[in-house]
Design a protein around this ligand. Structure first.
Ligand SMILES: CC(C)(COP(=O)(O)OP(=O)(O)OC[C@H]1O[C@@H](n2cnc3c(N)ncnc32)[C@H](O)[C@@H]1OP(=O)(O)O)[C@@H](O)C(=O)NCCC(=O)NCCS
Length: 167
C-alpha cells in the first residue's frame, strides 16, 4: 500500500537525483539542474502554498513526489504534478499516488477541478491520466521546445463530479 506523507527538506537530495534522470529531463525539465536549483524550485512552491507530498512504498522508501500547485480556492481548482524515481516507474505507483492526491484535492481541499499539462510525446503519462479519468481539454500547438523540436502540450482536467461517479 502506497502512502502519501509530507515532503521534507531532507527529501530534496532524492528529488535532485530523480530530476536529472534523462527521461525526466525529456518529459518534464529542460536541462540538468544543480541541487541549488532544485532547492529553489521547492522553496518557490512552498511560498506559493502548493501542497507537496512524498510517495512512500510498502517498504517505507521514498519513491517520488506528487503535488497540487496553484491552488485557487476562489475558483476551486488546482494543478497536479508527479515525478517518480527512475527505478520506481512502470510498477503502477503513479496511478495509486495520483488517485490518492486527487482524493485529497476533492475531499480535503474541497476543489472542483484538478488539471495538468503534459508534453504530447509523454505517452505513458497521457495513458495514465486517461486511465485515471482525465479528459483532454485542449492541445496547445508547439508549446514546448525539447531536444531540438517544438512539441504540442496537452491540457487535461478532471471534475469533482466525474471523480465521485467513477467506478
Ligand atoms: C509518468 C509517471 C508518473 C507514470 O507513473 P508509473 O507508475 O510509471 O505508471 P505506469 O507505468 O504504471 O503506467 C500506468 C498506466 O499508464 C498507461 N501507460 C503506461 N505506458 C504507456 C504507454 N507507453 N502508452 C500508453 N499508455 C501507457 C497504462 O494504462 C498503465 O496502466 P497499466 O499498466 O495498468 O496498463 C512516471 O513514469 C514518471 O514519473 N515519469 C517521469 C516523469 C513524468 O513524465 N512525469 C509526468 C509529467 S506530466
Amino acid at each position: 500500500m502506497l502512502k502519501l506523507r509530507s515532503f521534507e527538506t531532507s527529501d530534496i537530495k532524492e528529488l535532485h537525483r530523480w530530476s536529472n534522470d534523462s527521461r525526466s529531463i525529456l518529459m518534464v525539465g529542460r536541462t540538468p539542474l544543480t541541487y541549488e536549483q532544485v532547492l529553489q524550485e521547492v522553496e518557490g512552491k512552498r511560498r506559493n502554498n502548493d501542497l507537496l507530498l512524498g510517495i512512500e512504498n510498502e517498504e517505507q522508501q521514498l519513491v517520488g513526489w506528487v503535488f497540487l500547485k496553484d491552488i485557487d480556492h476562489g475558483h476551486g481548482r488546482a494543478s497536479i504534478g508527479i515525478l517518480l524515481a527512475p527505478e520506481a516507474r512502470g510498477k503502477g505507483y503513479g496511478k495509486v499516488a495520483m488517485e490518492q492526491m486527487i482524493d485529497v484535492g476533492f475531499k480535503q481541499l474541497r476543489l472542483n477541478k484538478i488539471y495538468l499539462t503534459t508534453r504530447g510525446t509523454n505517452e505513458q503519462a497521457i495513458g495514465l491520466y486517461q486511465k485515471i479519468g482525465f479528459t483532454v481539454e485542449g492541445q496547445l500547438r508547439q508549446h514546448a521546445y525539447v531536444d531540438g523540436q517544438y512539441l504540442d502540450t496537452y491540457f487535461m482536467g478532471i471534475l469533482a463530479s466525474e471523480w465521485s461517479t467513477k467506478e
